[in-house]
Design a protein around this ligand. Sequence first.
Ligand code: GLU
Length: 480
Amino acid sequence: MEKAITRFAPSPTGYIHIGNVRSAIYPYLLARQSNGSLILRIEDTDRARYVEGATELIENTLEWLGLNWDEGPIVEGPHSPYFQSERQKIYHDWANKLIKSGRAYADPTPPEKIAEYREQCNQAKIPFLYRNFRPTDVPEWQPGIPLRFKTEPKNYSWHDEVMGDMHAGPEVLDDIILIKKDGYPTYNFAHIVDDAEMGVTHVMRGVEYLSSTPNYLAIYEALGLKRPKLVSLPHILASQGNKKLGKRDGAKSVTEYRDDGILPEAMLNYLACLGWNDGTEQEIYTKDELIQNFSLERIQTSGARYDETKLIWLNGQWIRKIFDEQGVENLYPRTQNFWPQSAENYPDDYKIKVLSIIYDRLKTLSDLRNMTSYFFEDPTIDLDLLTKNKFLKKFSESELETLLKQTITKLTNTKAWDADNVQNSLNELLVETDKKPAELFGLIRIAISFAPFSPALNLTMEVLGRETTLARLNTVARSI
Ligand code: GLU
């Protein structure tokens, strides 16, 4: 397999949302699969949109997802620098080649004049093409004057690895700006120069760049550059409607999901499968499996709908997978920031026990906050939960009190306090009281947790310990 040199080329214009980050995943997978390399390039030439701290956020996001890059900021590499704002000289050198060959010109036309041309075309109901308004008097290129490409209108055909064979006529070719008046290059020019300089073999980016491709092809040609393979990635659509997922539709940043207790494995798995599948029913993929199975041919052409519920479901699967395959000692360190406040002073081994009995109910790690508080502090007693419970409401308060007292006696006499012994005692109690499990166990469960859900009763009681269990049962027996 040909070594793929791919790149992720984000603009540091704000937070990095999940729609952006998928554009990093596919280049990463292709690079790893082919033993090639991934370049991280920061496209920061739009100084007006530049946001302080956005680059760090991009780096942190990639690191969190385990998408390491081989060249780029921090790691550096043979094509340093990797910030476009620091590559001015390179762009200017390439621009000068185009000036020399007569394929670029300095354009002194003021913006108001350009607006007039546009308006004329609007009035005449003809498409506005700047090449029909080229200035006759062209000054020498110098700072403060934009540089434009001098296009040669013709047909272009090309192959997009996802979208297939494409064709475009001369009507889409225009004199696009290469270098702006502030001296920074446009995206249109800078990415071509950088991809060529950096030896990029596959340009993988959002499908929104497809319509500009003929203009890029014209520049490759004018510079005598070999075209890289072009790979247009389908849009990620918002959960409703036909719109591309964007910040305005509440697309959260990747780090927000991290803070909400989504695991990076789940996020990577989910995003990789948003617009790609390997043709099987498999839903859970490790990073290595994704690397192995990824293929450009199976990237879909139509937009992929973002579905947060699916992401959360997948996260629950990943929590179980890590527990089952790597053990609680590997899951536990990831839970650090997600315990309720009251767990703060509890030792790790206690929290590990709690995690071991509740992990299979977690969808996100932050569920720990709501689902485990009764392991760390006495629950607030809400007698309505008992008396209005569908299995318990037929009992009078004194019947409930008697049942609780019988339970207390039984559990006081239970030998060693472990899950098996507790279960035996509970089973005996069922026979002795002649109650159904939903009644007796329901009562005990509510009395010790007052939570809508708890893990298996004997396990919960084992972790809570005899003393706490009895104390809580006593308190409730007294309160009824
Ligand atoms: N800087 C462009 C963006 O963030 C990158 C497009 C590309 O990958 O070439 O949309």
